[in-house]
Ligand binder design. Structure first.
Ligand SMILES: Nc1nc2c(ncn2[C@@H]2O[C@H](COP(=O)(O)OP(=O)(O)OP(=O)(O)O)[C@@H](O)[C@H]2O)c(=O)[nH]1
Length: 397
């Protein structure tokens, strides 16, 4: 009996030892502990499927902590980029005027030719009005311009090209408004930074504008912190980080899907801590129901205001989208108190009249215009510079 028990015990121990060795050995190639080595071996097909599984499982647990932390650490940071010194804002529209002239000149030349024709009959005036409407200036403004021009031309009698240009210039400027305050308020208040919220539908150039505006401010000698509160797409935050790193502006971001208001709050806190002059918060515009949009933008603003007042809410509109852009503008204007408009992609459309229409609709001035994809292709809007470019009076190239 004893021998039987002893024999069974020896057999069990032997089985365990043999089985243990056998079981441990095959795990090595794909096992958790060896994972970094395997990963380093790179992309060769079949073996990669297994090691990836434990890695993915481990990630979310770590990421939750990161979400709560101040910033998202980029995975493998490349060598720090060289910090650029962008040009100041002054004189930018002059530099970009040739580009404006190129896109808007057909409108100006079309109007000047019609106005200079010998016979200014009803058909000619209708054509002038149609040309203005085609340029998205809006029906009300177009008919006002035509009415005023008709009266002035009658009084004038004969018309020299200079006189015609002068009349048209005057009318266009009157519609755009020369005495409007177009200052972008970015200044700090004591020890608190100025806060700018950038809103608008994605694809209009919102993130690009946030980055370009940071460059404008840094070019003017300001220190800037950026908040990547468009958390719908991680790529938007990556994009902003690239903009920020080029001018040495820190970017506060969190994981995709994080609460935009908390990103904005942290960005403003960081701005205060660092004694920055301005915090620019890029928000998401992807919510196509008005209630969702209202809730989100309202919350971002309220939360930011716990830390500092919001000085500017800039609405970014794509000039090439015409009536669609105007519809977007109306929705945003209903949900948030817009203080200025940034009209992007003016280099890509002849319909610069949208400036007049959007200002008239929203009662808010165009403060900045985007004139290209280059990093410094954002300029403070200047009505005279714009109209001179439309009328083909661009001296610089
Ligand atoms: N030609 C031209 N392109 C512009 C201008 N502003 C922005 N863009 C381009 O428009 C595209 C969209 O810009 P984004 O800044 O990514 O647009 P967004 O609204 O932030 O959209 P998301 O990136 O999806 O958040 C990019 O290719 C920009 O380079 C402009 O003034 N002129």
């Amino acid at each position: 009996m004893d021998y039987t028990i002893f024999a069974v015990a020896v057999f069990v121990v032997a089985l365990l030892v043999f089985g243990g060795v056998f079981l441990i050995r095959p795990r090595r190639p794909g096992g958790g502990a060896d994972q970094p080595t395997d990963e380093g071996q790179g992309a060769t097909a079949t073996a990669t499927a297994e090691p990836e599984a434990p890695e993915k499982e481990a990630e979310p647990a770590e990421r939750i902590d990161v979400t709560e932390g101040a910033e998202h650490a980029p995975p493998a940071e490349p060598a720090a980029p060289e910090i650029e010194t962008p040009p100041p804002s002054a004189g930018r529209l002059v530099r970009l005027r040739a580009r404006l002239a190129r896109s808007q000149n057909a409108l100006g030349q079309g109007l000047l030719t019609l106005l200079s024709s010998d016979k200014l009959d009803d058909d000619a005036w209708d054509e002038i009005e149609d040309t203005l409407i085609t340029a998205d200036i809006g029906v009300t403004s177009a008919s006002q311009i035509v009415e005023n021009l008709r009266t002035k031309v009658k009084v004038l009698g004969g018309r020299t090209p200079d006189e015609v240009r002068g009349l048209l210039r005057e009318e266009l400027l009157a519609q755009i408004g020369t005495d409007t305050d177009r200052t972008v308020r970015t200044g700090p208040h004591g020890d608190r930074p100025g806060v700018v919220m950038v809103v608008g539908v994605n694809g209009t150039g919102k993130t690009t504008t946030t980055g370009k505006l940071a460059r404008v401010l840094v070019g003017d000698g300001r220190s800037v912190v950026l908040g990547a509160a468009d958390t719908f797409r991680a790529a938007a935050a990556d994009q902003l980080e690239t903009w920020g790193s080029r001018v040495g502006a820190p970017v506060v971001r969190k994981d995709e899907g994080a609460d935009p208001a908390s990103v904005a709050f942290d960005a403003v806190s960081r701005g205060i801590e660092e004694g920055a002059d301005t915090v620019i918060v890029d928000t998401a515009g992807r919510l196509h129901t008005k209630t969702g949009l209202m809730d989100e933008l309202g919350k971002v603003k309220r939360v930011v205001e716990k830390k500092s007042q919001v000085d500017e809410v800039l609405l970014v509109l794509d000039a090439t989208t015409g009536q669609n852009g105007l519809r977007q503008a109306r929705v945003f204007a209903e949900v948030v108190n817009i203080t200025g408009i940034v009209l992007t992609k003016l280099d890509g459309t002849a319909k610069g009249g949208i400036i007049v229409q959007v200002q008239r609709e929203l009662g808010v001035p165009v403060k900045l215009v985007g004139l290209g994809e280059g990093p410094d292709d954002l300029a403070p809007f200047d009505p005279e510079g714009f109209v001179d470019a439309v009328l083909g009076d661009a001296e610089e190239d």
